[in-house]
Ligand binder design. Structure first.
Ligand code: NAD
Length: 344
């Protein structure tokens, strides 16, 4: 049976991006996933080819497809251009960042982890409203940042988290905040979440609240006490990397950026310039992002088939890249994965 083609934008990205995208396309081809790719550029690749880290053609493509798979994009630290990732989130109002963390390789320091982090993706201290204040001739005497959270922004990400918790059978949602110190900025998030729970969600799952620093400690001491975490932008950024560390590091962590009418899927890690071009990158994070994309496109059987093939390649065939303690390069891992998808 032929499936209806699904138009989707493909951004290979910078550094190891093209290497892990090639691996992911090989797997999606083997699965006969019906994506009709429109290849576009962004990040450093955009600057080099079109003088723009987020060219108009790339934005137009996502406006048309409303769906993208994206490799990592390089962002210079300090000066230089603004992050294309943050701009994409703003442009398409991708307000929720979903980062599942699941143990695939058993027997590590943290076994049997199955945790979901939902991060607010557009507000808080991440909005980039920053400036210096000059004092006594020193132009950088003071650095200042403004954080903004809105009731409506809190509501939509909390609603996404709560609905996702119900849809995926999560028993407990933990709302992470710092309302003891940042009483306004994160107090609004806490207050909105508690109110929504009372009004609409009570009894559908357990709601717990925790201060972010205590949450970080408890995640390391006993991560199994958590099921889903929902939090503001900056805390979500930090905690989701911590959670990725529990399941084998950034090479295993996918992310989905979800808006009302567009979604962008990516690996959580960056462009890894230290290993780019060596053919040794672990493509699993982007492969798992592709599985989230298949779920999003209502192709759950293909998503399950992909996840199972990754599991079998790692645990039965024992084919693993260097970051997971193995000796396979990206091509060897991809070959083994494609064989598993074909049922060989
Ligand atoms: P990074 O995630 O690129 O690398 C951190 C470490 O993890 C490196 O040692 C790297 O080799 C390793 N690593 C990352 N992904 C790996 C993989 N798939 N397989 C094996 N090893 C892997 O973080 P960084 O070095 O801080 O950032 C590099 C660039 O990436 C920066 O320009 C940053 O802005 C950008 N970045 C982009 C995104 C994104 O596009 N979503 C996310 C994070 C960082």
């Amino acid at each position: 049976m032929t499936m209806t083609p699904i138009p989707a934008t493909l951004i290979p990205g910078d550094g190891i991006g093209p290497e892990i995208v090639d691996a992911t396309l090989a797997a999606l081809d083997a699965l006969k996933a019906p994506f009709e790719w429109d290849r576009q550029i962004a990040g450093l690749g955009g600057v080099q080819a079109a003088g723009d880290p987020l060219p108009v053609a790339t934005l137009d493509s996502i406006r048309r497809t409303r769906l993208a798979l994206k490799g990592p994009l390089e962002t210079p630290s300090g000066g230089g251009y603004r992050s294309s990732n943050v701009r994409l989130r703003e442009e398409f109002q991708l307000y929720a960042n979903l980062r599942p963390a699941l143990t695939i390789i058993p027997g590590g320091r943290f076994d049997k982890i199955d945790l979901m982090v939902v991060r607010e993706n557009l507000e808080g201290l991440y909005i980039g409203h920053e400036h210096y204040v000059r004092i006594d001739g020193d132009p950088h005497a003071v650095g200042m940042a403004t954080g903004i959270n809105t009731r409506q922004g809190c509501r939509r990400v909390l609603e996404y988290a709560f609905e996702t918790a119900i849809a995926t059978g999560r028993k407990k949602v933990t709302l992470v905040h710092k309302a003891n110190i940042m009483k306004v900025l994160t107090g609004l998030f806490l207050e909105t979440g508690l109110q929504m729970y009372e009004e609409k969600y009570k009894g559908k799952f357990e709601l717990d609240t925790i201060i972010v620093d205590a949450c970080a400690m408890k995640l390391v001491l006993n991560p199994w006490q958590f099921d889903m975490l929902v939090t503001t932008n900056l805390f979500g950024d930090i905690l989701s990397d911590l959670v990725a560390g529990l399941v084998g590091g950034l090479g295993m962590a996918p992310g989905a950026n979800i808006g009302a009418d567009a979604a962008i899927f990516e690996a959580v890690h960056g462009s890894a310039p230290d290993i780019a071009g060596k053919g040794i990158a672990n493509p699993i994070a982007l492969l798992l992002a592709a599985a989230l994309m298949l779920d999003h496109c209502k192709l759950p059987e293909k998503a399950t088939q992909l996840r199972r093939a990754i599991d079998e390649t790692l645990n039965i065939d024992k084919v693993r890249t260097g970051d997971l303690g193995g000796t396979a390069n990206t091509a060897a891992f991809t070959k083994a994965l494609v064989s598993r998808i074909h049922g060989v």
